[in-house]
Design a protein around this ligand. Structure first.
Ligand code: PEP
Length: 263
């Protein structure tokens, strides 16, 4: 697709809508998981100070281990909604269960379908019906074709407000948690009109790689980034090793803003 044929997805209420699409660089940042009101507000302030225009944060956490912190659930959604009021940042948060789509949609501005649920047809249809834009992460074992077909399930319900997110795929490599598939960004842009962003935090699983992967994502043409930030990563209940601190997020933002746009 030519850049001019690509879509922009708008997120948030009319008076503070944030674009994700060609010609813009959208930074989404926030904690991996909502842990408390104070932690979420501090992370949101860090995100905002770095120029983020959308707040991320998981209230329902699909963890690999059922014994790991699973998120605060509805209480986490309430915290996100309060922080949205305090900061003015529209909220993107994950929904993992069809039964929760309604309550998540009441509190959020954009619904995230995570890597583990990319192929969950019932959930894709339910978020397609929810009337909010959707952030669709790539499944860690999904081909680009399967990922785009997952987006079609949402589109079939009449919801074309879908942003794709490359977050790393499973390969033989163990040095990183997943392998960020940079080529997928270009492949998607060649065949789909949908915006595509990159999640360097969940791809890497370690913070020293977050800035280089973010730079690579923007250099290849991604329309934005979603990045974990935490006021005290060492005490984080979820994915602390990949979380940036406030100054590091500001450095990341200024590093990627220096990258020239694709012609
Ligand atoms: C997340 O963004 O909180 C998350 C769990 O990511 P993924 O679905 O990509 O693993």
């Amino acid at each position: 697709q030519h850049q001019a044929d690509r879509s922009t997805v708008w997120v948030g209420p009319a008076e503070q809508q944030v674009p994700i699409g060609p010609g813009t660089f959208t930074l989404i940042a926030g904690p991996c998981a909502v842990e408390s009101a104070q932690q979420t507000l501090e992370a949101a302030r860090m995100a905002q100070a770095a120029g983020a225009t959308l707040l991320r944060g998981g209230a329902f956490k699909p963890r690999t281990s059922p014994y790991a912190f699973q998120g605060l659930g509805v209480r986490g959604l309430e915290i996100l909604a309060d922080v949205r009021v305090a900061t003015g940042l529209p909220v993107v948060t994950e929904v993992v269960d069809v039964r929760d789509v309604g309550v998540v949609a009441e509190h959020a501005d954009m619904l995230q379908v995570g890597a583990r649920n990319m192929g969950n047809v019932g959930l894709l249809q339910a978020v397609g019906d929810a009337g909010l834009p959707v952030l669709l992460k790539r499944g860690m074992t999904a081909t680009v074709e399967e990922w785009l077909m997952a987006a079609e399930y949402i589109a079939q319900r009449g919801n074309l407000e879908v942003v794709l997110c490359e977050r790393g795929i499973r390969t033989f490599e163990t040095a990183t948690r997943n392998t960020l598939d940079i080529s997928a960004v270009a492949v998607v842009q060649a065949s789909s009109h949908l915006p595509v962003i990159v999640d360097p935090s969940h791809a890497a699983g370690r913070k020293d790689l977050v800035v280089p992967l973010a730079r690579a994502g923007i250099a290849v043409g991604a329309d934005g980034l979603i990045v974990d930030v935490h006021p005290s990563p060492e005490t984080a209940l979820c994915d602390g090793p990949q979380a940036l601190e406030g100054t590091e997020l500001r450095e990341l933002a200024s590093a990627v803003r220096r990258i020239p746009p694709l012609l």
